[in-house]
Design a protein around this ligand. Structure first.
Ligand SMILES: Cc1ncc(COP(=O)(O)O)c(C=O)c1O
Length: 376
């Protein structure tokens, strides 16, 4: 993977293990933004058709990345939380309906469902700390369950779920299946079609190496037809360019969720980042990332007083390893590591490390050395 290091000219004084939060951009992404800025100051939007072509290329690349059958099943929204809200506020709930989630969800995939309480919707938070998390989620579903919403990889523990098992159950039981895949897409291979997801959402600023504020929202045609819309505008109608007609109908494609002008600057940036991931190949990205995670897990497990919180069971992790140190204050340790240049996160009561595929062995070794010195 050393051939990709030139794409990540990070300051040599920092060790960037925080892709599960916000990732650095590749060099080509910065170049794409610079070129777009130059174009804007020199020509304005005179080449607008090229911009649209770039936006469409981004949707096509995202479709490839998640194995969607049609790029028109992808909408570009602001972030994961917005996409979750589109689902939550699009469904015609009946009082007594429930939504099943896990008890390890990032707040975005809990709060939005809890906000439906005034419509008589309850949220079942399922303990997934046991040996069979998927089974626990499936057993929590009952005849009033309208939707199962789950993070593909839990943000703090890094636990990766068997999304196919959950998708099969949802399909059999007629339950809508919503996957917050922000901790998977760009880190590991992800197949929206195989897992039978109705909805998938993920912002681009983590494993996809893009800027904040541009997220993919995938929906199948059947699933999106079940959502009423809350935002309207010129961009989400079938006959999009026809400003003169007074008639309009909602676009069949996922564009129906994009009410107005797109975030074109973000699209240029994310398009470049996804281009890199596809060039490397997601199988290679995943392999290298998992090698990095396994190495960190094994090294941390050998340290006295260190407890690796993340599971080490094969197929149960993606890009996250989280650990605690007995009798040490984790918030203080986090601050110390950040001061020493180890860019990491304080999550789930521990220190969360999240390298990416390009993270080199010397960066991992140096980070481990700093951790060792910090914990004594
Ligand atoms: C699992 C998960 N979902 C959602 C988010 C937040 O997404 P956004 O800011 O795109 O709404 C995060 C961010 O850490 C996350 O880890």
């Amino acid at each position: 993977m050393s051939q990709w290091h030139a794409e990540f000219p990070l300051n040599p004084e920092i060790y960037y293990l925080n892709h599960a939060a916000v990732a650095p951009w590749p060099a080509r992404t910065a170049q794409a933004v610079e070129a777009f800025a130059q174009e804007n100051i020199q020509q304005g939007a005179s080449q607008y058709p090229n911009w649209l072509a770039t936006e469409q290329q981004l949707k096509s690349r995202l479709a490839t990345l998640i194995n969607a059958t049609d790029w028109q099943d992808i909408a570009l929204l602001k972030n994961t939380s917005e996409a979750l809200s589109v689902v939550a506020y699009g469904i015609a709930w009946q009082p007594g309906d429930n939504v099943v989630i896990s008890d390890q969800e990032f707040p975005s995939n809990r709060i939005v469902w809890e906000s439906l309480a005034n419509q008589g919707v309850t949220v079942k938070q399922v303990d997934i700390s046991g040996n069979h998390p998927e089974q626990a989620l499936i057993e929590a579903c009952d005849q009033h369950t309208r939707l199962l919403s789950i993070s593909s990889v839990q943000y703090a523990s890094g636990l990766k779920l068997d999304l196919t098992q959950l998708g099969n159950h949802c399909q059999q039981a007629g339950i809508l299946y919503c996957v917050d895949a922000i901790q998977s897409i760009g880190a590991v291979q992800f197949d929206a079609t195989a897992i039978k997801a109705d909805f998938v959402m993920a912002d681009g600023h983590k494993w996809m190496l893009g800027p904040e504020g541009l997220a993919l929202f995938y929906s199948t045609p059947q699933a999106r037809a079940k959502l009423s819309l809350k935002q309207f505008g010129w961009h989400m109608v079938e006959d999009q360019g026809n400003y003169d007609t007074l008639d309009w109908e909602i676009a069949q494609s996922a564009r129906r969720f994009e009410c107005g002008s797109p975030n074109m600057l973000g699209a240029y940036a994310l398009n470049a980042s996804i281009g890199l991931l596809l060039e490397v190949g997601m199988a290679n990205v995943e392999q290298q990332l998992l090698d990095n995670i396994i190495w960190l897990q094994q090294q941390l497990a050998q340290l006295n007083n260190v407890q690796v919180i993340s599971t080490t069971e094969t197929n149960r992790y993606a890009g996250i390893v989280t650990f605690r140190v007995n009798s040490q204050e984790m918030a203080a340790l986090h601050r110390h590591l950040m001061d020493k240049g180890v860019i990491c996160a304080y999550r789930g009561g521990g220190i969360r490390l999240s390298p990416h595929f390009y993270t080199s062995k010397p960066v991992l070794e140096e980070s481990l050395q700093i951790i060792k010195e910090a914990i004594g």
